[in-house]
Design a protein around this ligand. Structure first.
Ligand code: SF4
Length: 387
């Protein structure tokens, strides 16, 4: 029987496939350092107010009845790697979270789980853990709970009353792709149904930090076009969708030969997501970057593609609106606001170096701007900035 710390190593490691931040970077440490919490699955996440916090990211159990082919916990992957099956009790997990919290290792908890018998029994353990934390330990910190496929409404509601954020992983962008990867779950009833319950729970004051979902990339033959159709249908129908995460299907053994282009694909999907949420590009604009084969080109930044196809360029930097400025490659919301402030003060920008000093990446931005009626580079001269 593994000790609590041994369980933490096993179930923290097994939780690495669940994302709650696109920057879940391990902490730097040396082998002899103290406070070494990375093996136990400490990750970083961003709160709605922009603060970065450390979360204990762990599973309740790494046992599961489902056969998702991309998951290390699935019934079809037991041969891939030697692993010890183990589980936490609710009280053990609540005590562990508090002991980490009181040592300042973490500021919150991200809790997920495999499913030993059925989703509702497992959800009850997640609920019991959260209930102990909130009521016995008076823990007021951040909790992100993963919602298990096939959960019932009452179980989802009870968890949503205690968690700050929940996530229901859609995994694949449509029913047919989903069925390529799993035969034991139903896309409509196990995944989409719980997702559809979330807006009304949020409207009742639960899950104050909203909810997210995650796609596993390259687990089936899904195209980027299919993924983006699903992504934008969620964002369009529901403004409470805070984030959607894209996670490349990792090899389940120690195979180090995974092609880099798979991670570039993941990165391109994050760029599109970012351009939609932060830069307010429409779904139609963003879907136009997908090529005839249904994929976002890997060899060029999508913002460059969009700018090249947009006839508003070159923009007069001293007259352009915020909305147009943030469409310039190499120019983001912060530098656009600074330019706007200079426009309001009637301080004209006359030299590229002035732009550089307010944070604009000149190499990328200059072909799309005119400064003092001059365009600094033509699009033809611009050859390397978009790579
Ligand atoms: S339901 Fe979740 S834990 Fe279980 S096999 Fe599928 S992805 Fe893994």
């Amino acid at each position: 029987m593994p000790s609590t710390i041994e369980k933490l190593h096993i179930l923290g490691e097994a939780a690495k496939y669940d994302l709650c931040s696109s920057t879940s970077t391990p902490r730097a440490h040396t082998p002899d350092s103290i406070g070494r919490a990375t093996r136990a699955g400490v990750c970083h996440s961003f709160l709605p107010d922009g603060r970065c916090i450390s979360l204990l990211k762990v599973l309740v159990t790494n046992s599961c009845i489902h056969d998702c082919k991309y998951c290390i916990n699935s019934t079809v992957n037991t041969h891939c790697t030697k692993r010890t099956i183990t589980s936490f009790e609710a009280e053990e997990l609540a005590n562990l979270t508090m002991s980490f919290y009181l040592r300042n290792y973490i500021e919150g908890l991200f809790l997920s789980s495999g499913i030993v018998r059925n989703a509702n029994i497992q959800a009850e353990i997640i609920y019991d853990t959260l209930h102990l934390l909130r009521n016995k330990h008076k823990f007021g910190g951040y909790i992100h709970a993963k919602i298990l496929p096939g959960i019932g409404y009452d179980e989802l509601r009870r968890i949503s009353e205690l968690a700050d954020r929940v996530s229901v992983n859609v995994e694949l962008p449509n029913k047919s792709r989903f069925e390529e990867t799993c035969s034991t779950k139903n896309y409509q009833t196990d995944i989409l149904k719980p997702i559809n319950w979330l807006p009304s729970l949020k409207s009742k004051g639960m899950i104050p930090a909203g909810y997210t979902t995650q796609y596993v990339i390259n687990a089936a033959a899904e195209t980027d076009e299919e993924i983006l159709n699903c992504v934008f249908s969620f964002y369009k129908d529901d403004s409470n969708f805070k984030r959607q995460y894209y996670s490349t299907c990792l090899p389940l053994n120690d195979d180090k030969t995974l092609p880099k282009k798979l991670f570039l694909r993941e990165n391109r999907l994050y760029q599109i997501d970012w351009l939609h949420r932060i830069y307010k590009y429409s779904s139609t604009e963003l879907q136009s970057v997908v090529d005839d084969s249904g994929f976002i080109p890997l060899n060029i930044d999508p913002k460059i593609t969009l700018a090249r196809n947009n006839d508003i360029f070159p923009l007069d930097v001293n007259k352009a609106s915020y909305f147009d400025l943030i469409r310039v490659p190499g120019l983001g919301p912060t530098s656009a606001k600074r330019i706007l402030s200079l426009q309001k003060q009637k301080v004209p920008l006359t030299r590229p170096q002035q732009l550089k000093s307010i944070g604009v990446v000149l190499k990328r931005a200059l072909p799309f701007l005119s400064i003092g009626s001059k365009t600094q580079l033509t699009l033809e001269q611009f050859t390397n900035g978009g790579k």
